[in-house]
Ligand binder design. Structure first.
Ligand code: BEZ
Length: 402
């Protein structure tokens, strides 16, 4: 297997820098972590708004830990670029470990609400965790900006929950018609056996079959505990499928793609997936095994635009690696909070939640996007192909999927 991209791997030194940066922000703002308008304005800092305490709930452990690292970096970068302020208010960041799933993620968010008494929450990678905290967040009336978890119904009808990422169904659906056009024959579907995997598969299957595609079979693999994909890959092979669509992310994506390659399916059954399959550090770890894999996603560090070029340069400068979709989603969440607090002229949680409806277009490295009626991004999805460019694997952008 060829060498990986040296610049993208996160060194211990870089990790320490990110942690230090968060700690510095917390210390700089340790005058009280104001939560409400009643607290605001008393410390003479910022624009007199006081200090907004933001809970950053991201995985620091489990299969999604690298995604959490990227989110921390994206959020930190935005703060660093804005003097550590959001909407003119000083910021205290409280980081909570979401872990792998609801068992760890739900208590982490509950702690942010009850013990840390944060004024807003950003983060959440895992859909099952996000679904598990929905009621608590609404009861506490704290704005939650989901910066990854894609559970389809998560934001519906909520005054407090907004999302800067995607819905799982939309990412899968974006790829359906393109696969129906490119593949001559039935497609097998495989995904992690929890909310995100099922929704991603359902979105793909609906759009793919509506475009004339045929499904060869489906398998859902135990989330977080599957280490051997061979039995499932055998099923794909014996199904006679002409291609494979999958949903895996983080460590599962690395294991799946390397085993798919080692099993000998690479040249036999082309691989398609939701873009998390080949995003960021996992692509480095997959190396040549990922070359030729096609995915749908709303970001690639290869997007050719001045906005993205500026962001990629700033991110590389800060962390010595390329940004990922997870970093962008968290960067944009900081931007949305910045705009909402400025619009509200207050760090009161309810005022921030109300102002989230008026933030308008978000100027993002992925391209401009707005919140739709269900509080999800209305955005462009891209068709990406993993290519070897000058000895480094990248998610080359092949076009828009709408
Ligand atoms: C999810 O649980 O919604 C999810 C996790 C990782 C990547 C994408 C989606």
């Amino acid at each position: 297997m060829r060498n990986t991209v040296p610049g993208r791997r996160r060194s211990t030194a870089t990790a320490s820098l990110a942690a230090l940066s968060a700690l510095t922000l917390s210390l700089a703002a340790c005058s009280g972590g104001s939560l409400s308008a009643a607290d605001a304005g008393g410390d003479g800092e910022g624009d007199g708004l006081g200090t907004v305490k933001v809970g950053l709930a991201i995985p620091a452990s489990g299969v999604y830990q690298p995604l959490g690292d990227d989110m921390q970096q994206g959020f930190d970068l935005y703060l660093d670029q804005h003097d550590g302020k959001l909407g003119g208010a000083d910021v205290e960041v409280v980081v909570a470990d979401e872990g792998e799933g609801p068992d760890t993620g739900v208590p982490a968010v509950n702690k942010l609400i009850t013990q840390d008494q944060v004024g807003a929450i950003v983060g959440l990678v895992n859909s099952a965790t996000a679904l598990g905290v929905k009621d608590a967040v609404e009861q506490a009336q704290i704005p939650l900006l989901i910066a990854n978890a894609g559970a389809d119904q998560l934001t519906d009808g909520s005054d407090y929950i907004w999302r800067t990422s995607f819905t799982n169904g939309a990412v899968g659906a974006a790829l359906g018609p393109a696969v129906a056009e490119a593949v001559d024959g039935p497609v097998y579907v495989m995904a992690a056996d929890y909310a995100a995997g099922h929704e991603s598969a359902a979105g793909f299957i609906e759009a793919f079959t509506a475009a004339g595609g045929e499904i060869a079979g489906e398998s859902y693999t135990p989330f977080g505990s599957t280490s051997d994909w061979q039995p499932y890959l055998s099923q794909v092979q014996s199904s006679g499928a002409s291609a494979l669509y999958v949903f895996y992310a983080g460590a599962e994506a690395v294991n799946f793609v390397t085993q798919y390659d080692a099993f000998g399916l690479h040249d036999e059954v082309p691989l398609y997936g939701a873009g998390f399959l080949t995003e960021g550090g996992v692509l480095d770890a997959q190396g040549d095994a990922a070359v030729g894999v096609h995915t749908s996603l709303h970001y690639s560090d290869q997007i050719d635009s001045p906005e993205n070029a500026e962001f990629v340069a700033a991110y590389r400068d800060a962390y010595d690696e390329a940004p990922t979709v997870y970093a962008v989603q968290a960067y944009d969440a900081a931007q949305v909070l910045d705009l909402a607090i400025a619009e509200a002229g207050s760090i009161d949680s309810t005022a921030i939640a109300e102002a989230l409806g008026s933030v308008g277009e978000i100027a993002s490295p992925r391209g401009g996007w707005t919140f739709d009626d269900l509080h999800n991004p209305s955005q462009t999805y891209f068709l990406r192909e993993v290519q070897d460019v000058d000895g480094a694997t990248v998610n080359a952008v092949q076009g828009d999927l709408g």
